[in-house]
Design a protein around this ligand. Structure first.
Ligand code: GLC
Ligand code: CA
Length: 545
């Protein structure tokens, strides 16, 4: 498969490296660190948005799609980034936010000032009664998805923040504008794209209340989404490039359609079901331990299902919206390196294209904030208020944010143990957890057994082994509640990947290590030295025959 040998590195520019001492990461900071990124062995860099934006949602609220926000640099910096990255064999992927604009975008400003042409770019509707929004849909960051617009005398739809009005993709002009944006960046030398919440672009034909939920199910994977994607890909001229869609509340059937090359839509998709196994009753803001059997079942369904349908998965634990995996599924104190390595191996040896989110390769942890004043994210600030209003104490709300806030992944990249973690010469826009003194690039690079070294080994192993790229996959130890394990096969070769998701010793149920050895299997990768009879806490063992 295309892109099966590649790994993508995700950068959140605001938190990656600050080059000019204003406490905010920037494009020149990325340029300064290209050698580091190249040393990981990855082929692509996906950067989240740095276009002109009021930054209400850190750049996912775009006011001008074709200009660089001065906070992050200039177009000349961007051109240099592409050039220098290409020289090192790295290709740049950009993040396209085409479902909504910022309310500061010229189109929306014209719309609210009475220009009917631009009112048709957005979704304005009458309420169902005076003072009542058209439907009960809720936006992703809490509260109604509708906002009253007094100048127009209608409500507008925003599935995210109120400053992110949704575009009306039934309008062919909107679709043309969006294809034009993608084409613009392709012509500048961008080699791939990540499409933000792209499965929300086609709204339902009839707008009605969601009687079972918050609306998500009604507007995800809408009636024309596949057709719009094909048109976008064709008109932007990006068929065959690496493209990944962020698919909110999606399902397997749609993801097969999005990513099967025969459909000329995208090359792969992000789905999120595996990152909801610790949501109590599906509620992100209600804490629960991760349900490992559920996680295992989801991996199996998606790995096997996508394979059978000819689809292709993006493999990931972390991104700028998720808490850090090592804090969430591992033990970021007692078994920090062991659990970070085990989690890496779990997904890097699966069928798909792995993504590494900046700092994940060091085992960077959650932010460990203790006060609401340390939080920056619009969603976290909204939900802190919602949680407090629902009766939670400050301590309870802070505990929940400590596990669920998107700011957990947005703390500065930990480059060294010096002041400000080597991220900047000034106080950063968001603070770092104290552990930067022991978890940082400089120290990881000096240790041949580090988490970083393990990530590099996995990236290289994929590149060099067709079985990881294109082998079949099937799951084993399916009844074992603590273990996620699978088998990859290609020709006569077999790989067995066994991961203990618990911080205690665990036994294999189907076959012991002795039995594997008797069949001729040898251990080739692991996070503990010798093999033992039992699986140790967060142990991963990869066997080969
Ligand atoms: C996606 C982005 C997220 C953003 C949202 C709205 O989920 O990853 O960061 O807030 O879309 O654009
Ligand atoms: Ca800066």
């Amino acid at each position: 498969m295309k892109f099966s040998a590649d790994t993508v590195y995700q950068i959140y520019p605001r938190s990656f490296k600050d080059s000019n001492g204003d406490g905010i990461g920037d494009i020149r900071g990325i340029i300064d660190k290209l050698d580091y990124i190249a040393s990981l062995g990855v082929r692509y860099i996906w950067s989240t948005p740095f276009f002109v934006s009021p930054q209400r949602d850190n750049g996912y609220d775009i006011a001008d799609y074709k200009k660089i926000d001065p906070t992050f640099g200039t177009m000349a910096d961007f051109d240099e980034l592409i050039k220098r990255a290409n020289e090192k064999g790295l290709k740049i992927m950009l993040d396209m936010v085409l479902c909504h604009t910022s309310s500061a975008h010229e189109w929306f400003q014209k719309a609210i000032n009475g220009d009917e042409h631009f009112q048709r770019y957005y979704i304005f509707r009458d309420g169902r009664a005076a003072g009542e929004p058209p439907t009960n849909w809720q936006c992703a960051f809490g509260g109604s998805a509708w906002e009253w617009q007094p100048q127009v005398g209608k409500w507008y739809l925003h599935l995210h923040d109120v400053s992110q009005p949704d575009l009306d993709w039934t309008n062919p002009e909107v679709r043309k504008e969006m294809a034009d944006v993608v084409k613009f960046w392709r012509e500048k030398g961008v080699m791939g794209f990540r499409f933000d919440v792209i499965n929300l672009i086609s709204k339902p034909e009839v707008f009605e209340d969601d009687t079972k939920g918050l609306g998500r199910k009604l507007f995800a994977d809408g009636p024309h989404v596949h057709e719009y994607l094909r048109e976008l890909v064709k008109n932007a001229g990006i068929d065959g490039m690496i493209t990944v869609g962020e698919m909110a509340s999606t399902n397997l059937e749609n993801c097969i359609r999005y990513s099967n090359p025969d459909n000329h839509e995208l090359s792969m998709s992000f789905s999120f079901h595996h990152l909801k196994v610790d949501y109590k009753d599906g509620d992100k803001w209600a804490l629960m331990d991760a349900d490992i059997p559920a996680l295992k079942k989801l991996f199996e369904d998606w790995q096997v299902g996508m394979s059978e349908g000819g689809g292709w998965n993006a493999l990931f634990w972390c991104n700028h919206d998720q808490p850090r995996a090592v804090s969430r599924f591992g033990d970021d104190e007692k078994f920090h390196a062991e659990s970070a390595k085990m989690l890496a191996a779990t997904i890097h040896l699966m069928r798909g294209t792995p993504y590494i989110y900046q700092g994940e390769e060091l085992g960077m942890t959650n932010a460990k904030f203790t006060s609401i004043n340390q939080y920056r994210d619009v969603e976290s600030l909204n939900y802190y208020k919602i949680l407090r209003d629902s009766g939670k104490t400050d301590a309870e709300a802070i505990k929940i944010l400590g596990e669920r806030s998107r700011d957990n992944s947005r703390t500065p990249m930990q480059w060294n143990a010096e002041k400000f973690a080597g991220f900047s010469t000034a106080e950063a826009w968001i603070s770092s957890p104290d552990n930067f003194k022991r978890i940082n690039v400089e120290m990881e690079e000096r240790d041949e057994n580090s988490v970083l070294a393990f990530y590099k080994m996995l990236v290289k192993f994929r590149k060099e082994n067709p079985i990881v790229q294109d082998g079949d996959i099937s799951f084993i130890e399916r009844e074992n509640p603590a273990v996620i394990a699978y088998r990859r096969t290609l020709g006569n070769e077999t790989l067995i990947v066994i991961c203990n998701f618990k911080g205690v010793e665990t036994s294999l149920q189907e076959k012991s290590f002795d039995e594997y050895a008797a069949e001729g299997y040898k251990k080739i990768i692991g996070n503990y030295a010798e093999i033992s009879k039992e699986l140790r806490p967060f142990e991963v063992v990869v066997l080969q025959k």
